[in-house]
Design a protein around this ligand. Structure first.
Ligand SMILES: Cc1cc2nc3c(=O)[nH]c(=O)nc-3n(C[C@H](O)[C@H](O)[C@H](O)COP(=O)(O)O)c2cc1C
Length: 358
C-alpha cells in the first residue's frame, strides 16, 4: 500500500496492524559503522507507551523490540535495519461491536469505502499503535543527528482544550503528568482531564517542538522544503489537524517590518535577532532553532452515546468501550519528536550527499 514509507535517503517503512501478531519498521539508508544505543531506543519507546499516567490509554503494551537485521556487533552495517515489536496486552473482545459499525471521527468508514475490507481490531492499520515503530526509527535518527551536530529535539504541550501555556519553551515538561510546559496550569489541566475521563469524553491539544543545533543548509528548494517535509510528516500523524512553523498563522496579521527576522553576526556566526521564521527560510534551515506546532483533535473513541451507521446503512447508536486516551496530544509528544528526527536525518544525509560535510 503506498504511503507506508517516509524519506528519500533515510527511508522508514512502517508495517503492521494494532492487534496483529507484531508491528515493525524497516529503515533503509542508515549510515554504516554507527554504534546504536539500544537503551536509547528503549527509553523513547517507554515514553510513548500507554499506561504511563492516569490520563492516557491503559493498554498494557510492553513494546519489547527486536532488531532483526542491519546490525553487526552493535554497529550499523549500512544495510536495512529491521525492527520488530510484538503486540501484547490488548483485548480483542472490546472491538467485537465495531466490525460493521463506523466510529464517528475514526478511520473505519473511509477504510471500508476505499478497500472494502479492513482489520477493525483496535483500528487495525489506522491505529496509533503504529507510532511505536516510528518512535524506534526516530530514536536512531535522533542518535545520528546528535552525534553529528549535537542536535536536540524537545516537544511539549502548550495547550489542552482552551487552557494555554503562559511560558515559552519546554518549561515544566519533564516533571509534568501530561507533558505540559506551564506548571502553574497543571492542576487545572489535570482536573479537566479527570472530568472528561469520568464523563467518557475527550479533548484536543497543541504540541510544540523545538529543534536546536541544526546547521544552516538542511532542506531543498521547491517541493522538498524542510518545512514542507516536516508538515507532511506531522500531518501524517494520527489526529493532527493543523501545522504551523514559526509565526505560523499569526504571520498573516503582520507587516513585513513586524514579521522579518533581522540579521546579525554573533561570534562569527550569521544569526537573526528574532526567530519568527521558525528556523527555516526558503525551505532551508538557517541555523536558528526550528520551532513548529501541531494541533491534535480530541480522541475520536469516546464512551458517550453517538449516532452512527453500519456497513448496511442502518442507523445505530454507539458507545465505545476499551482503553482510549483522553487527550492523544499527551502521548503524541515523543512521536512528534521522532517524526521530526526522521525528516531531519533524511535531510542531513541529502545535504551531505550534495554539499559534502562542512
Ligand atoms: C499517540 C496517539 C494516540 C491515540 N490514541 C487513540 C485512542 O486511544 N483512541 C482513538 O480513538 N484514537 C486515538 N488516536 C487517534 C486516531 O488514531 C485517529 O484519530 C484515527 O486514526 C483517525 O485519523 P485522523 O484523526 O488522522 O483522521 C491516537 C492518536 C495518537 C497520535
Amino acid at each position: 500500500m503506498p504511503g507506508d514509507s517516509i524519506g528519500k535517503m533515510f527511508k522508514v517503512c512502517v508495517w503492521g496492524e494494532s492487534h496483529g501478531p507484531s508491528i515493525g519498521v524497516v529503515i533503509e539508508g542508515c549510515p554504516p559503522g554507527f554504534e546504536l544505543d539500544l537503551d536509547g531506543i528503549r527509553k523513547e519507546l517507554n515514553r510513548r507507551k500507554p499506561g504511563s499516567s492516569a490520563y492516557v490509554s491503559s493498554r498494557l503494551e510492553q513494546d519489547q523490540f527486536k532488531i532483526l537485521s542491519g546490525l553487526y556487533r552493535g554497529e550499523t552495517t549500512g544495510t536495512p535495519i529491521s525492527i520488530l515489536i510484538p503486540n501484547q496486552g490488548f483485548n480483542k473482545s472490546s472491538y467485537d461491536e465495531l466490525e460493521n459499525t463506523y466510529r464517528p471521527g475514526h478511520a473505519d468508514y473511509t477504510y471500508q469505502a476505499k478497500y472494502g475490507i479492513r482489520d477493525f481490531y483496535g483500528g487495525g492499520r489506522s491505529s496509533a499503535r503504529l507510532t511505536a515503530p516510528v518512535v524506534a526509527a526516530g530514536s536512531i535518527a535522533r542518535q545520528i543527528l546528535h552525534r553529528e551536530y549535537g542536535v536536540t529535539i524537545l516537544a511539549y504541550i502548550t495547550q489542552i482544550g482552551r487552557i494555554q501555556s503562559g511560558i515559552d519553551g519546554p518549561g515544566h515538561r519533564a516533571q509534568s503528568n501530561c507533558n505540559f510546559s506551564d506548571e502553574s496550569k497543571e492542576r487545572e489541566i489535570l482536573t479537566l482531564l479527570e472530568g472528561l475521563k469520568a464523563s467518557g469524553n475527550s479533548i484536543g491539544g497543541v504540541v510544540e517542538c523545538m529543534i536546536s543545533n541544526v546547521p544552516p543548509g538542511f532542506g531543498e528548494p521547491l517541493f522538498d522544503k524542510l518545512d514542507a517535509d516536516l508538515a507532511s510528516a506531522i500531518v501524517g500523524l494520527n489526529a493532527v489537524k493543523g501545522f504551523e512553523i514559526g509565526n505560523g498563522f499569526n504571520a498573516a496579521e503582520l507587516t513585513g517590518k513586524e514579521n522579518n527576522d533581522e540579521f546579525l553576526v554573533e561570534q562569527g556566526e550569521t544569526q537573526t535577532v528574532t526567530n519568527r521564521s521558525g528556523g527555516v527560510l526558503g525551505g532551508i534551515s538557517n541555523g536558528m532553532p526550528i520551532v513548529f506546532r501541531a494541533a491534535f483533535k480530541a480522541t475520536p473513541s469516546i464512551s458517550m452515546a453517538q449516532s452512527t451507521v453500519d456497513n448496511s446503512g442502518n442507523k445505530k447508536e454507539i458507545v465505545i468501550v476499551g482503553d482510549h486516551d483522553v487527550c492523544v496530544a499527551i502521548r503524541a509528544v515523543p512521536v512528534v519528536e521522532a517524526l521530526a528526527a526522521i525528516v531531519l536525518c533524511d535531510h542531513f544525509l541529502r545535504y551531505r550527499g550534495q554539499c559534502g560535510v562542512k
